[in-house]
Design a protein around this ligand. Structure first.
Ligand code: GFB
Length: 402
């Protein structure tokens, strides 16, 4: 008898679990929104993700979480990596309804978004790279034209039957009543899925959306990876994480500093309206000497202000030159060791930088910006190379001492 009771209880629990799983995957009557993260690499895509999340919430549509788009050397087609490889889905639900693209396509698409109703959204006509595809009669988004556009939608066998030009609507839901206009023009009953050719968001991320980073939690794999590296490879005690962005693409990008007020993520230190000054080259590409000086200064400052939590090591993340030799030579006398990952892993680098006791990043880089936002959400301190300018910093110090 007891055995039968237990068996019934077990069946009951299983039924509840199954029904709640189906419940979670039930159709959202308010509709869905998705997009291709087709611009830039991780830092750019992360900025766009936060904006798209805010946009989906403002329109009260479930956000279909796109995979991350990655580019590997020597491969012609982008690789799509499931969203939840790097970040957990559940914490995002605290802010707004989301579903992975795989779950949506496997469980809901046949019903919500049949093949004959798949429309791609773009602001205005996008010309095709293949001239013969440009039909003067029928302007088109050409949502699958080129890399990563084609490979991205192909990952889930998505083809579009039609294009929709949404201009002059825009995505700035924080400074206008635009969300209501989107809802009026595209009600969910007739437009169950809005599928954008690119992210419905700005780059760099809007100031109002930076705090949404608090809902991006590293997946177990990266949390464990970061914890293990810190515990097993770094000496006990506080460590300084630094981001050195110095590959050839960056050298070229930094040439634009001289003609710009802003470049990539620069508002994170200069302010969105340059409240904290104009751009200058050292923000983008600090010299090796300046890097060593700033690290030493940071270590000394921490020694003075937090004598019980001295920095014992430096963890270097870089896309190119980690400067391990130069930094070791400069810091060994101070009793500081210098470390990097044994193998290149941009995501593990990010997860470790997020956990460092102190962080110096590159103000212009959106990769650094990701770390800065994550740290802000935990109240951890961050600084930028060459910021404020060395001269201005010395003047401010002299002023303080007077
Ligand atoms: O993330 P991302 O858009 O940042 O692109 P930026 C830089 C990519 O370089 C990263 C690699 O996604 C990584 O793949 N990378 C950068 C790193 N730093 C590191 C690092 O510390 N460790 C490892 N392992 N990999 C800008 C773009 O990049 O670069 C612009 O925003 C443009 O679109 C420009 O492409 C040239 O903002 O730094």
């Amino acid at each position: 008898m007891q055995w039968l009771k237990l068996k019934l209880q077990f069946i009951f629990i299983i039924c509840i679990l199954i029904s709640s799983a189906w419940g979670q995957l039930g159709r959202d009557p308010n509709g869905y929104l998705t997009y291709c993260p087709c611009m830039g690499r991780f830092g750019n895509q992360a900025d766009h993700f936060l904006g798209s999340l805010a946009f989906a919430k403002a329109l009260n549509r479930t956000l279909i979480l796109p995979p991350w788009v990655e580019y590997r050397k020597g491969e012609l087609r982008s690789r799509q990596v499931p969203f939840n490889t790097y970040f957990e889905v559940e914490p995002l639900q605290e802010y707004h309804r989301v579903i992975t693209m795989a779950d949506f396509m496997w469980h809901l698409a046949d019903d919500v978004w049949p093949e004959s109703e798949r429309v791609s959204f773009c602001y205005m006509e996008r010309k095709s790279l293949q001239v013969e595809k440009n039909d003067p009669e029928k302007p088109n988004c050409h949502a699958k034209d080129g890399n990563p556009f084609g490979p991205f939608w192909d990952t889930f066998h998505i083809d579009f039957v039609r294009s929709e030009f949404y201009g002059p609507l825009h995505f700035d839901v924080h400074h206008s009543a635009i969300a209501a206009k989107w809802q009026a023009k595209y009600p969910p009953e007739t437009w169950p899925v809005l599928a954008f050719t690119g992210a419905p968001a700005s780059f760099p991320v809007q100031l109002e959306n930076c705090q949404l980073q608090q809902y991006m939690h590293w997946s177990q794999r990266y949390r464990d990876g970061a914890r293990e590296f810190i515990r097993e490879q770094l000496p006990r005690g506080a460590f300084l994480g630094i981001h050195l962005r110095n590959g050839i693409d960056w050298v070229r990008a930094c040439e634009h500093v001289k003609d710009s007020q802003h470049l990539f993520a620069s508002p994170q230190c200069l302010g969105y309206k340059n409240e904290r000054g104009p751009l200058y080259p050292e923000l983008c590409m600090p010299s090796k000497e300046a890097i060593v000086r700033q690290i030493k200064r940071t270590i000394k400052n921490v020694r003075q202000t937090q004598p019980n939590n001295e920095i014992k090591s430096v963890f270097v993340a870089s896309d190119s030159n980690h400067m391990i030799g130069e930094l070791s030579t400069a810091l060994t006398r101070m009793g500081i060791s210098v470390h990097k990952l044994p193998e290149d892993d941009p995501y593990l680098d990010l997860a470790i930088l997020g956990q460092s006791n102190h962080f110096i990043g590159n103000c212009i880089s959106s990769y650094s910006a990701f770390v800065k936002r994550e740290r802000d959400s935990h109240g951890f301190p961050s600084y930028f190379w060459g910021f404020p300018k060395e001269k201005e910093r010395q003047q401010a110090k002299a002023h303080e001492e007077l």
